[in-house]
Design a protein around this ligand. Structure first.
Ligand code: BG6
Length: 479
């Protein structure tokens, strides 16, 4: 075996930053766009909606110019399905496609490699109304038709593609994709069916991609959770193992190997949550091996055995408002529950319960060990309120510290032999947080607006922007 151990970031490392369509674009019904499930939930009082967001739809040229100034090698963004198919299927909206044509051309003109996510949460609402979205197998055909339109239109100029963003998180939240059931057992049965259908959809899309874009590269886009046992009690170790099986490998083993991992499958079977699997589904998934794994990482989980009641009772919250959850949305009663990790700095905020760069290093090593596929991190970032000071600066030193530590962890994992070809900060600019609007910011670029007041939406590079600019310039040598 030929082990190649690198000692630094590869010279063609893709230094990047990310966004997603509904979180930045605005123009939510412009030029024929249809509604998505993310346009529908009425935001909580005081939280803004998707109508304007960061107004990227109208200001993308200014944004790309800033990306070029930053020195980005890649920009990871998503295409809005209902902008391309306002009803989810049927007639294509040319104006929607044109927007992405223009954005991609602008990126290429600035030597920035586009990395496109086909679906980042914003499923067309029309498909939910028509057949309950991902719950129906019709969604598989519609996702593939949509993806094919993108491959045909942009495949000659976009090399890197991601299938579906964070399927493993989105399905933890009842109603996230427009459907739910108040009965927890019924909901769990539904969500594992949706999970299966989504896996079939992306594998089918990958097979079409092979025909339409033989030179391109495509991969899944899960969130990854590093789990630690809360103690050396073997039962806690088993609990941590269960968390990783159900929240990580259940998705990735299907995406990469076309297999249900046995521990997770036995859990589904025992609880009566096994999805309907059509003949040929797993064979199809086996054929559709991705070229790489893109993953998102924010922090880790500490897990103990749950000796409490086995009934799922954490459904009582609105949308994904974590403050309304009775328990952590990742917990599975009777199997495991997440607890505080005494070894990690408590950020004193529910937004980022812990900061764990070593967890990222382990995530990279585990993923590489299990699948031997090249890896790219497509989201990693720091949430804070961020204040525009009177001198015009945003001194987001916490973000610099966070990203710097996580990049050092990437460097360590590369030294350990893992093939990591890129890293994208979440997010390039401030955007509509999926749960807390503009009150919670992730950007390298400040957007001058609040939830209550759209102000002038001016773009103001934060301290972290200039710091990251230096990192990119030195290819990570000065971390
Ligand atoms: C990831 C999503 O889960 O986390 C992003 O892919 C999201 O879309 C990010 O913005 C942070 O979550 P939140 O709820 O703070 O926006």
């Amino acid at each position: 075996m030929n082990y190649k151990i690198k000692k630094s970031f590869p010279k063609d490392f893709l230094w990047g930053a990310s966004t997603s369509a509904f979180q930045v674009e605005g123009g939510y019904l412009e030029d024929g766009k249809g509604l998505s499930v993310k346009d529908i939930p009425s935001p909580r009082p005081g939280i803004t909606d998707t109508k304007m967001a960061a107004d990227h739809y109208h200001r993308f040229k200014e944004d790309v110019a800033l990306m070029a100034e930053l020195g980005l090698k890649t920009y990871r963004f998503s295409i809005s399905w209902p902008r391309v198919f306002p009803k989810g299927n049927g007639e294509v909206n040319e104006k929607g496609l044109q927007f992405y044509d223009d954005l991609i051309d602008e990126l290429l003109d600035h030597n920035i490699i586009p990395l496109v996510t086909i679906l980042h949460f914003d499923l067309p609402q029309a498909l939910v109304d028509l057949y309950s979205g991902w719950l129906s197998r019709q969604s598989i055909e519609d996702y593939v038709s949509y993806a094919k339109v993108l491959f045909q239109r942009f495949g000659h100029k976009v090399k890197y593609w991601q299938t579906i963003n964070e399927q493993n998180i989105s399905l933890l939240i009842p109603g996230f994709y427009g459907v739910k059931d108040e009965d927890p057992d019924k909901w769990f049965k539904m969500k594992y069916q949706m999970h299966h259908n989504m896996c079939v959809a992306q594998s089918k899309a990958i097979l079409s991609f092979r025909e339409l874009c033989p030179e391109g590269k495509i991969g899944p886009a899960p969130a990854f959770f590093q789990a630690y046992p809360a103690s050396s009690d073997p039962q806690d170790t088993l609990a941590a193992h269960y968390l990783e099986e159900i929240h990580n490998w259940l998705l990735l083993d299907l995406n990469v190997k076309g297999e249900y991992p046995h521990l997770a499958f036995s859990y589904l079977h025992e609880k009566g949550y096994t999805p309907e699997i059509y003949e040929g589904d797993l064979e199809l998934m086996k054929k559709a091996t991705p070229d790489f794994i893109a993953f998102n990482y924010y922090g880790s989980k500490c897990v103990s055995i749950d000796r409490g009641p086995t009934r799922i009772e954490n459904l009582e919250y609105e949308g994904n408002d974590i403050r309304k959850r009775k328990s952590n949305f990742m917990d599975i009663p009777g199997l495991f529950k997440t607890v505080e990790n005494p070894y990690l700095k408590d950020t004193k905020t529910e937004w980022m319960p812990n900061v764990d760069p070593m967890g990222l290093r382990m995530a990279i090593n585990k993923l590489y060990d299990r699948y031997r596929l090249p890896l790219i991190i497509t989201e990693n970032g720091f949430a804070s309120t961020d204040i525009l000071e009177e001198d015009g600066n945003v001194k987001d030193l916490g973000r610099i510290d966070y990203v710097s530590k996580h990049l050092k962890a990437c460097h360590d994992a590369i030294n350990n032999g893992a093939e990591l070809f890129g890293y994208c900060v979440w997010s390039f600019m401030d955007l509509l947080s999926t749960s807390q609007g503009f009150g919670k910011r992730y950007g390298l670029v400040y957007i001058n607006r609040s939830d209550e007041d759209e102000k002038d939406l001016a773009r103001i590079p934060k301290k972290s922007f200039y710091w990251y600019q230096g990192v990119i310039k030195n290819n990570g040598e000065n971390l």
